[in-house]
Structure formats: structure tokens, C-alpha cells
Ligand binder design. Structure first.
Ligand code: GAL
Length: 784
């Protein structure tokens, strides 16, 4: 028997609100409790511990069946009640609070004798877990996972059913953005032999990488949870992407009972394929534990071979070549689902960022989900993995270590961020704390640099010297980057946060009442700068090894510079659904060589005839020529780092921008004055999970006129009706001021677009979707 990783996401029961905990808090009360006396004494025990036979005592109406990932916060309605803490920067909030989860499950008798444990990848937040009434523990941070060994207290075979009960108390916040509530990342039941590779038990590095060969160093922690010693062989094979073994090492060992040992070995790989965002070549290290001629555990570690180097003057080098980091910062939520992202949506987000030309992702301000990191490895995206906060309490250190042990094999990760914008930056206390975190990090992973993502005190108290790289959040302010580089030429610098330019998709004036920011980006917070300034700095000063634009996507919370009823951020290059804003095309034209020409605003301005309108363009062609109704309005030479600008007297019709290289047209963008909304056009994005079992379908709706041209101001309400083996798991439209529920089947379009996310069932049978809207022609499709 080798290890099994059983997905434990399905079929939980959820109760919103607390369940009074009486006797159960003592733990260990439950084994075999069938005495009605005890049941009556503890309402909570009835719920936490009773198997199918006892269900009559639970008010089933108050419990809903849910699957993980789950975020109950996103199901709520916005509140604005003067609670300053919750309304950080004047946004309303979705109610948080307490929720309880319960799952009943069976363990076969044949599993008796194995080690069995449960892995929670992320519970937001402050969770307490009981299994069969036994208190397993509490875990506060919502951003890192935890594991409980259940071996002894499970009931096997006809010993009875098992009940896991999780109380989640999300009343307190960990951050200042939308954090969600609930068991929002995967849950796994892990079954192994008693002699096995420890949790996160491998550490695989490549101390030397040359064209001809790479030295792979492998450290494996093997754990013997038998009371007696055992002889075994640890055999590690490195397998390439075609399944061919390219290196192998075997170690024969004896391990005492109840002991863990670390085994160090190495492999040389000839002519290694290197990992990069452009070619994310992965190997897999398969660590087999062999005893009595049988493989009793098999543990896989994905690895990528690459070198990284940061310099104080010339920026970043990947695989010994200069490499420009084109990054975005991102929170983890998304339209329709809150923080409970199916893996396919995480994949979709990474794909959208890559299509824009981005090659780096800063997970703000906490460790991302393990799936995100696997996707960054396999799709090719550099990552800054971030510790939640400057915290040297036992819990803080434990969380940092969990992140490091969990993540240190990912080739995508290029640095560890230890903090973001802490008030203690530059102070003596802060310096001591950062120094401790940095030393812990270097010990656990000496292969990557540490960074502090600072917004002040860069040159005070030796704070920044505790880390290898100094992060500049908004380093353009007061020319901080430049002044500091002159003064400290040996300092390695990165634009850890940049821009924070606020724009609302499809809006062209600042409208504080509705909570919209103009797409020209002329109303931005005092610490922010335009997208152009942020990139121009990087181009002008090679010592800034990269930038991370705040943010790739809009997120809930931080409606800066607006206030309630605006409830979502405007910082995204894409909106919260991933619909591109105009700024997206700026990045597309600087970050890719794909011929791009984009002009804005839209051309529906009834009543503005004869008035002047600023037309802006982004392009990476040599020149762009603009036409209004066939009349040439001038040819502009493109500076890729800036926008083009025409003053155009408005007349309805066709505005056409023609991008040319060597005087020859390579691409054109046509913006048309449209007719009225008449129908809907559907774009279907079907994303299968790795196993192909779970399919997520994103239905993007555009409201179009009689010519099928998107009506850029349309706000028709759209209803999504699914029949068959699928369901709508949420809707969105990217409007940062919309209070419409994300959990529902209807949504207004916002400036022409909205979307629904559909989860397909078990793959059997077709799913049909009917999309309707009052006064628009309905449309339907079959998803098979
Ligand atoms: C930064 C902060 C981010 C976000 C951003 C908005 O200072 O690190 O979390 O608040 O400002 O511009």
C-alpha cells in the first residue's frame, strides 16, 4: 500500500452561527457516547458527535449541504453601520462571524493500521476542530494550512461512523481587504503506511546548474511511527516530463521506532531542461520507501531547475540571463465566489495575467493556496510568496515555518516576503523582529532571498539590512528609488508594489456619487502613480529589479478614492471578473510583442456632438493612424511606454486606429457608435481540473446591438438558468459599486458585460444553459 490523498471537499453540512459548546470543550468526551443523559446535557455534543441514528436531534433545516471550497461571507449583504474597524477606508462590509461545519464519514477496516490524518489547506479563520468529539486543536490564521493526526480516534469498519466538526470564528480580521469566511481551501484525508515520508518531508535544491549538468540535492525526512525499528530503502527517481527516469539514488537505512531521520542524497541530471515562465519545464522527484521488497510509500515532489540572481545595479537574472520582472500583486478573491476559488478559477486568473504578458505574481499579503503555486510552476509565473505579517510570537513563527516548509520546492517562488508596510519598519523593535524572521527563513531555505515590502523608513534603524532585498512600495514617491540607489549603490531593490492607479472598467469620468474612477486614471490616491510612470521608472532604472503593479484584478474592499456605497477596489488592471480595463492594453503592448492597438473611450456619446473628446491609445506598433468616419485625424509615432493622445470632435460613427510597422498595417481597432441593446453574445471558457473530473465553465455575456457590436453602456439584467448536471455557483459584473448578490442566477451587465460561473457535475450528461433578459432576445447553449 502506498499513500493516498483522498479529497475531502464534498458533502459537508454547514450551520451559520455558533453552536453552544458545553461539555465538548473538554475534549475526549465522545468515544461511544450513546447515553441519552449525556446527550441532553450537551446540545453541542448532540450535534458534533452523533452519527446517522442520532440525526433526529439535529434541526436539519438549519444546516445546509455544502462542498468545499466554501465562503459564507460572500453570501451576505453589505452593511454600513459606522463600525470604523470593519469599514476600513470607508467601505461597507459583508458580515463575518461564526459558522460550523460537520461531516460524517466512514473508514474501512482495511485502513486500520495505517496513519490517517486530515489536512486543511486554509480555513478563514480561527478554527477549532473536533473529531468524534475529541478536541484536535485550534488554528488562527486563515492563510496557512494545518494537519491533525486522527489515527487513534477514528472508528474503523463496524466500530461506527466518524464525525468531524469544525467551528470557524471569523469575527476578527487579519487584514484590511476582503478576507471571506469558512473552509475555503481544499481538505484532504491523508493515509500512509506507518513508515513514510514526513509531511512536507522533501527539500530538493539544485546547488549547481550548468548547461551540461545539474546537481540535484535531495533531503528526505522519513518517519517511522511503528514502535519497532525497520530496515528500508529510500529510492528517489527524477522523472522528466515524458515520464523518463533521468536520475536515481538509493539509500539503505535502519530506522528506530518512533523516530524521524533525514537522508541526504544527490543526483546529477545531464543536459537539464531549465524552468522559466516562458518554458516551465518540470521534473518530478518520486521518493519511494521500500521495505520487505514492497513500495510502502511513494511521495512526489515537483521540481524545476533554474538559477536566480538579484543584483544591485542590473536587476534580476533568470538562468543567468537578464530578466525583467513584470509583476502584479493580487488578493485571492474573485467575482462570484469570494475566496472559495475552484482550482480552475485560480488557473483562469493566472492565464489572464499571462496573456497580458505578466510573468510574476506577488501573493498579497499572505501565502497563497498550494494550488496557485502548483499552477505557477506548471504555467510559468514567478512568485513572491508572502508571510502574513511581522510576527515573532510562537504562532507567528509557526505560520512562517509552515509556509517555508510547504512551499520551498516550488521553482516559481523567487523570494520570501517577510512583511508588508508594517508600522514598525525602521524601528529598533521592528529590526530585531525582522532579523529573526529572516534568519529563520535562511535556515529553512538558503536558496532564496528575503524581502520586506516597505512603504517607509527604508534608511532607518538598519531595518532593511535584515533582509536581502529591499522592497519599495511606491518607490516613485519623492524619487525614493533614485535617491536611495545613489546613496546605497549596493542595495538590491525591487518595486514590490507599484502604481495603485484607480480606474473603473468602461467609465470615462470620475463619479464620486456612483463610485467610479475614470479610465484616464486622473483621480488616484496620493501614494499612487499612473501605470505609465510606474513602468517608465523600471525602464529607466535597471537597478529596480522588477515591479509588481497593485493590482492585477480588482478585489472586494478598499474602494479608494471612493466611499460607500462603493464597496470594491478600482486598482485592478482587470476588473473583479477578469474583464480587461483599458489599462490592460497598455500592459499588453509593453509586456508582449503581440501586435496591439487599443483606443478609448467608447463612441456612444449622444448629446456630445461637436464637443471635444480625448481619445487615448496604447500600442506597440511603430505608428498609429486614427480615422473618424474615414477622415484621417493624424498619425502618431508610438512610444511604447506612453499613451497616444488625440483631441477629437465627437460625431457618431466609426473611430478606427490603424497600427503600422514599416508603413504597413499590422492591426486595427474599430470603435463604433452602437445601436440599442438587442441580444446577448455568450463566450464560453471551459476549464477542466487536472483529473478532468471537475469542469468549471465561465459564461461571459456581452450585450450587443443588431450588428453584434457590444453596447458599452448596457446594464441589462441577465438571468442564467441551468438544466441538467450543473449549477451556477455565482455571478459577477465587475461593477465596484454593485450590491447585487454574487450568489444567485441573475446579474445586471455593467458597461456591456457580466458573467456566471457554472460548475458541471460528475461529467455524466449534458448541461443546458438558457440566458434570458427582459427586452433582449434569449439565447441558449448546451455544454457537453
Ligand atoms: C498599499 C498596501 C495594499 C493596498 C494598497 C492600495 O499601501 O500595501 O494592501 O492597501 O496600498 O493602494
Amino acid at each position: 500500500m502506498s499513500r493516498t490523498l483522498q479529497n475531502f471537499d464534498a458533502d459537508w453540512k454547514f450551520h451559520l452561527g455558533d453552536i453552544p459548546i458545553k461539555l465538548a470543550i473538554k475534549g475526549g468526551m465522545t468515544g461511544g457516547v450513546t447515553d441519552t443523559q449525556v446527550i441532553e446535557e450537551s446540545e453541542w455534543l448532540k450535534i458534533a458527535d452523533f452519527d446517522e441514528r442520532e440525526r433526529s436531534v439535529i434541526n436539519e433545516d438549519e444546516w445546509t449541504r455544502v462542498d468545499i471550497p466554501h465562503d459564507w461571507c460572500v453570501e451576505g449583504s453589505y452593511i454600513y453601520d459606522g463600525d470604523k474597524e470593519k469599514q476600513y477606508r470607508n467601505h461597507g462590509y459583508l458580515p463575518v462571524g461564526v459558522g460550523c461545519y460537520r461531516k460524517v464519514f466512514n473508514i474501512h477496516m482495511e485502513d486500520f493500521g495505517k496513519k490517517i490524518g486530515i489536512e486543511f489547506e486554509g480555513v478563514m479563520r480561527n478554527s477549532t476542530v473536533w473529531v468524534n468529539g475529541h478536541l484536535m486543536g485550534t488554528h488562527q490564521s486563515g492563510y496557512i494550512g494545518f494537519f491533525y493526526d486522527l489515527t487513534d480516534l477514528l472508528r474503523y469498519g463496524d466500530e461506527g461512523e466518524n464525525v468531524i466538526f469544525v467551528k470557524v470564528d471569523a469575527s476578527e480580521y487579519e487584514g484590511w481587504w476582503y478576507e471571506g469566511c469558512g473552509i475555503y481551501r481544499h481538505v484532504w484525508l491523508v493515509k500512509t503506511n506507518r513508515l513514510h515520508v514526513k509531511r512536507y518531508g522533501t527539500y530538493i535544491t539544485t546547488p549547481t546548474v550548468q548547461e551540461e549538468e545539474a546537481h540535484v540535492s535531495i533531503r528526505t525526512n522519513v518517519c517511522n511511527e511503528n514502535p519497532f525499528s525497520m530496515d528500508f530503502t529510500l529510492s528517489t527517481s527524477i522523472v522528466d516530463c515524458n515520464g523518463k527516469i533521468v536520475g536515481c539514488t538509493n539509500d539503505n537505512k535502519t530506522i528506530n521506532g518512533d523516530t524521524t531521520i533525514e537522508i541526504e542524497s544527490g543526483v546529477i541530471i545531464s543536459n537539464p531542461e531549465l524552468w522559466s515562465p516562458e518554458r516551465p519545464y518540470l521534473y518530478v522527484a518520486v521518493s519511494d520507501v521500500i521495505a520487505e521488497k514492497k513500495i510502502i510509500d511513494s511521495y512526489k515532489t515537483t521540481i524545476g531547475i533554474r538559477t536566480i540572481e538579484f543584483t544591485p545595479d542590473k536587476g534580476f537574472y533568470l538562468n543567468r540571463k537578464p530578466y525583467i520582472i513584470k509583476g502584479t500583486c493580487n488578493h485571492q478573491d474573485f467575482a462570484a465566489v469570494g475566496i472559495a476559488l475552484p482550482d480552475q478559477i485560480t488557473e483562469y486568473k493566472i492565464r489572464l495575467l499571462k496573456e497580458m504578458g505578466s510573468n510574476a505574481y506577488r501573493a498579497v499579503h499572505h501565502p497563497p493556496s498550494p494550488e496557485l503555486l502548483h499552477l505557477c510552476d506548471s504555467m510559468g509565473m514567478l512568485v513572491i510568496d508572502e508571510n502574513r505579517k511581522l510576527d515573532v510570537s510562537p504562532d507567528g513563527i509557526k505560520n512562517l515555518k509552515s509556509m517555508l516548509f510547504r512551499d520551498r520546492n516550488h521553482p516559481s517562488i523567487i523570494m520570501w516576503s517577510l512583511e508588508n508596510e508594517e508600522l514598525l519598519e525602521g524601528t529598533k523593535v521592528g529590526t530585531r523582529m525582522l532579523d529573526t524572521l529572516s534568519r529563520i527563513t535562511h535556515k529553512i531555505d538558503p536558496t532564496r532571498p528575503t524581502v520586506a515590502c516597505m512603504n517607509h523608513a527604508w534608511n532607518e534603524g538598519g531595518y532593511g539590512s535584515s533582509v536581502d532585498i529591499m522592497g519599495y512600495n511606491y518607490g516613485q514617491r519623492n524619487d525614493q528609488y533614485i535617491k536611495d540607489h545613489e546613496k546605497y549603490p549596493d542595495r538590491i531593490m525591487i518595486g514590490s508594489e507599484s502604481s495603485s492607479c484607480t480606474t473603473t472598467r468602461g467609465e470615462y469620468t470620475n463619479n464620486a456619487l456612483f463610485g467610479y474612477c475614470s479610465s484616464y486614471g486622473d483621480h488616484i490616491p496620493e501614494w499612487a502613480c499612473s501605470h505609465e510612470k510606474s513602468w517608465q521608472d523600471l525602464v529607466s532604472y535597471p537597478f529596480i529589479s522588477g515591479i509588481f503593479v497593485w493590482t492585477g484584478f480588482d478585489y472586494r474592499g478598499e474602494p479608494v478614492p471612493n466611499k460607500y456605497p462603493c464597496i470594491g477596489s478600482h486598482f485592478g488592471i482587470m476588473d473583479s471578473c477578469g474583464f480587461p480595463k483599458d489599462a490592460y492594453y497598455y500592459y499588453k503592448s509593453i509586456w508582449t510583442d503581440e501586435p496591439t492597438v487599443h483606443i478609448f473611450p467608447h463612441w456612444n456619446w449622444p448629446g456630445k456632438e461637436g464637443q471635444q473628446i480625448d481619445v487615448w491609445g496604447y500600442s506597440n506598433c511603430e505608428t498609429v493612424e486614427l480615422f473618424l468616419n474615414d477622415e484621417c485625424l493624424g498619425i502618431k509615432v508610438v512610444d511604447r511606454t506612453s499613451h497616444l493622445d488625440w483631441k477629437v470632435i465627437y460625431a457618431p460613427g466609426n473611430l478606427i486606429a490603424v497600427g503600422k510597422n514599416n508603413g504597413v498595417e499590422v492591426i486595427r481597432k474599430v470603435v463604433v457608435t452602437t445601436g440599442y441593446p438587442e441580444k446577448m453574445k455568450l463566450y464560453v471558457e471551459k476549464i477542466a481540473s487536472k483529473s478532468e473530473e471537475n469542469v468549471i465553465v465561465i459564461i461571459k455575456v456581452s450585450i450587443v446591438d443588431h450588428n453584434e457590436t457590444i453596447v458599452p453602456t448596457a446594464d441589462n439584467e441577465v438571468v442564467f438558468n441551468v438544466k441538467g448536471n450543473g449549477k451556477v455557483i455565482g455571478v459577477g459584473n465587475g461593477n465596484p459599486s454593485s450590491h447585487e448578490p454574487d450568489k444567485g442566477i441573475r446579474r445586471r451587465a455593467f458597461n456591456g458585460h457580466c458573467m456566471a460561473i457554472i460548475q458541471i457535475g460528475d461529467g455524466k450528461g449534458d448541461v443546458s444553459l438558457e440566458v434570458t433578459s427582459k427586452s433582449l432576445a434569449s439565447t441558449s447553449l448546451v455544454i457537453n
